[in-house]
Write a protein that binds this ligand. Sequence first.
Ligand SMILES: Cc1cc2nc3c(=O)[nH]c(=O)nc-3n(C[C@H](O)[C@H](O)[C@H](O)COP(=O)(O)O)c2cc1C
Length: 180
Amino acid sequence: MTKLGIILASARPNRVGEHVSRWVLDAVPTGVDVDLIDLREVALPAFDGTSSPKQGLPKETDHSRAWGERIDALDALVILTPQYNGSYPGNLKTAIDFLYEEWNELPTVLVGYGWGSAGEVLPLLETLMTRLGADVVGSVGLGFREDLSVEGELFVADEKASALRELLSTLSERSLAKVG
Ligand SMILES: Cc1cc2nc3c(=O)[nH]c(=O)nc-3n(C[C@H](O)[C@H](O)[C@H](O)COP(=O)(O)O)c2cc1C
């Protein structure tokens, strides 16, 4: 895996996602080039293309071209999502909607956090990414009380940390198989 993207979806000023991103970064094998993609900085507008990205027509705006190029440069992806009203935040859905072929066959791991170990958002996000052709390798859900506090203090059990490391290693294998 030469380039791993980590999408940080939450845009809140006091987001717990930032603490979760550090936990994920700690599990990334050394030597991997990481692009931490903060959707707050990417700051895409509401979807404004004149056609569905699935049609594959040239992108019409600077922001859609820049976003497409950033994802296209990745060999693998981790998406960090909070659980908002049982689903993913709207800005993550928008960022996903902006592209189509860039997600295709991209080896992807999902990391969710929320109450109930993010058990509502993870299957929804997996369905969405699979629909777009991403190669979803697996997911890890962190739960308030079990794995982290609502303020973002992490005390994740070893099993989940090992599960994440295993998924990252599978990502690496899948992305190498794609290249080779
Ligand atoms: C708009 C909104 C809706 C939420 N809905 C849920 C929910 O349905 N399930 C849940 O487990 N937590 C829910 N929460 C709590 C979030 O999981 C918690 O605030 C978490 O810290 C959000 O991630 P962030 O801090 O990285 O933004 C909600 C929070 C917000 C702001």
